[in-house]
Ligand binder design. Structure first.
Ligand SMILES: Nc1ncnc2c1ncn2[C@@H]1O[C@H](COP(=O)(O)OP(=O)(O)OP(=O)(O)O)[C@@H](O)[C@H]1O
Ligand SMILES: N[C@@H](CCO)C(=O)O
Length: 318
């Protein structure tokens, strides 16, 4: 009987101007344990613990198990019978990549149980295909802050039109840029938050986001607050989603007045992410939590760290 235990970090996607292309892994974790059971027919048992455990499916529709099945389908092998233990540490539908932890966790767990027939880049490709955008699953798998660009590779010599490949680059994160998340007690599904976005944008908005994403990358790398203050703005998703998050404006004002470089929606929300210096992070967290409570919303603010390791085994010492 084989068992593998892994943890997968939460992630915050977009970081303002990097819609669907940049994200960072954070020090909040979901834990997954897979125990292979030797039985004739394929059976499944899923146990879920932690806050909101009752919200996670325990049958074959479970997203972690769906990723597990996708892996075995990809390697053209019959999936083994398995008992899965899920310990939740990442809140659901809050913009912290809970679905990405399930997709990455299912694929990584299956790869480990199967003796690692796939390389990490192949697992990453399957994860992006499942989620539909790279900015949560890539940092959840690899750790750190990651920028993903898809290059359409022309292969004229083979008369094949295009092969889409992802180019992933690590974005160095300065030690004095601290992620502060304020997690409200209401939810906003990614599907709903994507549904309010326009399908086309002006050239002016496209140029605005291109410039601000470049400045964001340099600001994260250098720790320069003057660059981050300007960089954390967006024309692609924030203007359409802010109204879905009750209290956005007062929480933004409180965060900046408490010394944050800036504040954005974490992923598709409703969690709000502020970036602050080490000395300001705690006061920014308190200010965001108080502002939301004054707006009538119960929220919990946490000063986190960037997780630079990504999904990893916890049952063996390396
Ligand atoms: N740890 C988990 N294990 C198994 N399934 C999960 C887990 N987390 C989320 N899911 C499932 O993934 C699906 C989407 O979850 P959720 O609503 O949290 O994702 P979302 O809308 O993408 O929001 P976010 O990714 O910001 O958390 C739901 O069916 C949920 O049950
Ligand atoms: N880029 C995605 C992230 C979802 O977590 C969105 O904002 O819809």
């Amino acid at each position: 009987m084989s068992t593998v235990s892994i943890i997968v970090p939460a992630t915050t996607a977009n970081l303002g101007p990097g819609f669907d292309c940049i994200g960072a892994a954070l020090s909040l974790y979901n834990e997954f344990q897979f125990t292979q059971i030797n039985t004739a027919e394929t059976t499944l048992k899923i146990n879920v613990t932690g806050a909101e455990a009752e919200r996670v499916q325990t049958d074959e529709s479970n997203l972690l198990y769906q990723a597990f099945l996708k892996f075995y389908q990809h390697i053209e092998k019959t999936p083994p019978s398995v008992e899965i233990d899920i310990k939740l540490g990442v809140p659901l539908a809050r913009g912290l990549g809970s679905s990405a932890t399930a997709i990455v966790g299912g694929l990584v767990g299956a790869n480990l149980l199967a003796g690692e027939p796939l390389r990490q880049v192949e697992v990453m490709q399957l994860a992006i295909e499942m989620e539909g955008h790279p900015d949560n699953v890539v940092p959840a798998l690899l750790g750190g802050c990651r920028l993903a660009a898809t290059g359409l590779i022309l292969e004229p010599q083979r008369h094949r039109e295009r092969r889409e490949e992802w180019e992933i680059c690590n974005i160095p994160w300065h030690w004095d840029v601290i992620p502060v998340v304020a997690i409200p007690d209401f939810e906003l599904s990614t599907a709903e938050a994507r549904g309010v976005l326009p399908s086309e944008y002006s050239r002016k908005d496209a140029i605005f986001n291109a410039a601000h994403l470049g400045l964001l990358v340099r600001g994260l790398e250098s720790g320069r607050g003057d660059w981050l203050r300007v960089a954390m703005q967006d024309k692609i998703h924030q203007p359409y989603r802010q109204s879905l998050i009750q209290g956005y404006d007062p929480v933004y004002a409180a965060a900046v007045n408490a010394g944050a470089y800036g504040m954005v929606i974490s992923g598709a929300g409703p969690t709000l992410l502020a970036l602050a210096s080490t000395t300001q992070a705690e006061s920014v967290a308190k200010a965001m939590e108080s502002a939301w409570q004054e707006a009538g919303v119960k929220a919990e603010a946490k000063v986190l760290k960037v997780d630079f390791q990504g999904a990893r085994r916890t049952d063996v010492e390396f």
